[in-house]
Design a protein around this ligand. Structure first.
Ligand SMILES: *[C@@H]1O[C@H](CO)[C@@H](O)[C@H](O)[C@H]1NC(C)=O
Ligand SMILES: *[C@@H]1O[C@H](CO)[C@@H](O)[C@H](O)[C@H]1NC(C)=O
Ligand SMILES: [Zn+2]
Length: 231
């Protein structure tokens, strides 16, 4: 009899053969004749961009959200990336599955462009794949989860908050990402579990359900741990 791993592999092959777990990526360079669009083609290119999106997709689904089964995942079968000559925002996710990336940022960025592109794509791909809760979800938490992916993928950019920094747990971005990392220490897999709970709605009580402590207390514990309380 075949070992279980072979059995699993057969099922996964079956699923991908029928397209159940497959995601397509489309990259549209609308700024191909501008300095940023040209730099994109020279230093990243469409093929590499698609590979980065596919790698981000697996990292987010499996490592960050621990959504092993397609039934746990958002049903996304196509992600479009548009390189646009727009200065702000640098990057944005819109609709269900579209990402815009500023060619002006690509032109002006100084340093390793591929790494900068990856950092932003891991953030935006998190928005494509995360469960949004409902209208009660603080936007700072949505953004914090996206930066948490960046942190876990070792793609943080200069100036990223250090542990203990910030004024509120829902301040967003890097501040909230560091706080979520602390919540993971209290309850292993915290972010994956929280995301799962946010499939249909959001409750502040999720923090207490997962850690035994209300979120404001977790934030104070976190500040005290890093000697940043009342300073
Ligand atoms: C994103 O790009 C699309 C496609 O060109 C465009 O229609 C849309 O206005 C852009 N959205 C933002 C927020 O920049
Ligand atoms: C990030 O870096 C840490 C420390 O060097 C390492 O343990 C970890 O495996 C890296 N993670 C990824 C996703 O590359
Ligand atoms: Zn964002």
């Amino acid at each position: 009899m075949a070992p279980p791993s072979f059995f699993l592999y057969t099922i996964m092959t079956f699923l991908s053969f029928y397209g159940i777990t497959a995601v397509d990526y489309q990259v549209i360079n609308d700024a191909a004749t501008t300095p940023g669009g040209i730099r994109f083609n020279n230093e990243i290119g469409i093929c590499k961009a698609k590979q980065i999106m596919a790698t981000a997709n697996s990292f987010i689904l499996y490592a960050i959200f621990q959504e092993v089964y397609p039934s746990d995942q958002k049903a996304i079968d196509l992600v479009n990336l548009y390189i646009e000559e727009i200065k702000f925002p640098l990057t944005i996710t819109w609709g269900n599955n579209n990402i815009n990336f500023s060619s002006i940022h690509l032109a002006e960025f100084k340093g390793d462009l591929q790494r900068e592109f990856m950092a932003n794509m891991y953030h935006e791909m998190t928005h494509v794949l995360q469960w949004p809760g409902d209208a009660k979800t603080p936007p700072g938490l949505i953004e914090g989860i996206a930066e948490y992916t960046k942190l876990k993928a070792n793609l943080t950019q200069p100036g990223f908050a250090k542990p203990g920094e910030g004024d509120h747990w829902h301040q967003g971005y890097d501040v909230t990402a560091r706080f979520l990392e602390y919540c993971d220490e209290i309850t292993p897999g915290f972010v994956a579990k929280l995301n799962k709970m946010m499939r249909f709605r959001f409750e502040f009580n999720y923090f207490k359900d997962l850690t035994g402590k209300p979120v404001y207390q977790l934030w104070l514990d976190y500040k005290v741990k890093y000697g940043k309380c009342c300073s």
